[in-house]
Design a protein around this ligand. Structure first.
Ligand SMILES: Nc1nc2c(ncn2[C@@H]2O[C@H](COP(=O)(O)OP(=O)(O)OP(=O)(O)O)[C@@H](O)[C@H]2O)c(=O)[nH]1
Ligand SMILES: [Mg+2]
Ligand SMILES: [Zn+2]
Length: 306
């Protein structure tokens, strides 16, 4: 037996006060960071979801010695607005959870989540929860347009229960970020799928407001069926990292057939003559409500960059 450390490979589940919980072959190890990795800031820093190399030393303690390449990253803007900070790495699915009522669905927020997913090139799907409540049928219809533009829409009830098998099928083998307004039933759905998770339900999110920022504690939960989920309270208020104005239009997938067909190459699709996107909107080719979200987000992104 050699005297060197045992080299292991694992995935970071969460970080608490400088301790990294890393899952290695089904076991959770508490790890410190190697000094070189400790000094990294921004996107160089080890994040939840990262695959890492761990050294188990002869005294049994564990140190993360290497950050392995990422397939994706979900980022936010740092408190000073200048740096990109990773919320979670290697997320490959986004589940946008809304309820038919209590609270009523907010479609602008849904569009925001979908832009986030598109900008990180993460596949998104929509979960419409609480279909056991009265008036569910009318609300379901309002989500139909998202199906038309290519997002899977699942109808569920954590209470009834309904649609859980289909939801579980979409999660298996993936790392899925759950987003949605507080009270939509994200934690309830995950608990219904896998009772052992024991996520807290029906409480006000533990988001801590710091000025205009919200602390997001991302935490990966392992699914018995394979894969992981991240249940993230407070994500609705976070300022996400830049989606450039050019990229924003592309993040509305129903606009894509018209991009590059405007008279002006740098068209913002808001007022320009000969704009193919405006033309398509006026011809009724896509929802004008989605277009309004585009205009709103564009305004916000211009404000940020000025
Ligand atoms: N009628 C009905 N109520 C539900 C359903 N799913 C969740 N609820 C209730 O909705 C409330 C909020 O559920 P949570 O699971 O805590 O919601 P959440 O999305 O995790 O909320 P945050 O953690 O604050 O972001 C709880 O009182 C649940 O019991 C459902 O399918 N039908
Ligand atoms: Mg919750
Ligand atoms: Zn245009």
């Amino acid at each position: 037996m050699s005297g060197g450390p045992e080299k292991l490979k694992g995935r970071v589940l969460r970080t608490v006060g400088g301790v990294y919980e890393v899952e290695v072959a089904g076991e959770t190890l508490e790890c410190a960071l190697r000094g070189r990795l400790k000094r990294k800031r921004g996107i160089g820093r080890v994040a939840v979801g990262d695959e890492v190399e761990v050294d188990r030393l002869t005294d049994g303690s564990c140190v993360i010695s290497e950050l392995l390449p990422r397939s994706s990253r979900l980022s936010r803007r740092s408190a000073d607005g200048r740096r990109e900070q990773i919320i979670a790495a290697n997320v490959d699915r986004l589940a946008a959870v809304f309820s038919v009522a209590r609270p009523e669905p907010g479609f602008e927020l849904l569009d925001r989540f979908l832009v986030l997913a598109e900008s990180c090139e993460i596949a998104a799907f929509i979960v419409v929860n609480k279909i056991d409540l009265a008036g569910a049928d009318e609300v379901r219809e309002r989500f139909a347009l998202y199906k038309e533009i290519g997002y899977p829409v699942l109808y569920t009830s954590a209470k009834a229960p309904r649609g859980l098998e289909e939801l579980g099928g979409r999660l298996a083998g993936h790392i899925t970020l759950f987003v949605g307004p507080s009270g939509a039933g994200k934690s309830s759905l995950l608990n219904a799928l896998q009772p052992g998770l024991g996520l807290r339900v029906g409480e006000i999110s533990k988001a801590i407001e710091r000025g205009r920022h919200t602390t997001v504690a991302a935490w990966l939960h392992r699914l018995d069926a394979g894969g992981y989920v991240l249940d993230t309270p407070g994500l609705g208020k976070v300022r996400f990292w830049e989606v450039g104005t050019h990229k924003l239009a592309w993040c509305f997938r129903e606009f894509r057939p018209y991009l590059g067909r405007c008279r002006f190459q740098d068209c913002s699709h808001t007022h320009e003559p000969g704009c193919a996107v405006i033309g398509a909107k006026e011809a009724g080719s896509f929802s004008s409500r989605r277009y309004e979200s585009y205009v709103k987000f564009l305004g916000e992104s211009l404000e940020r960059s000025s």
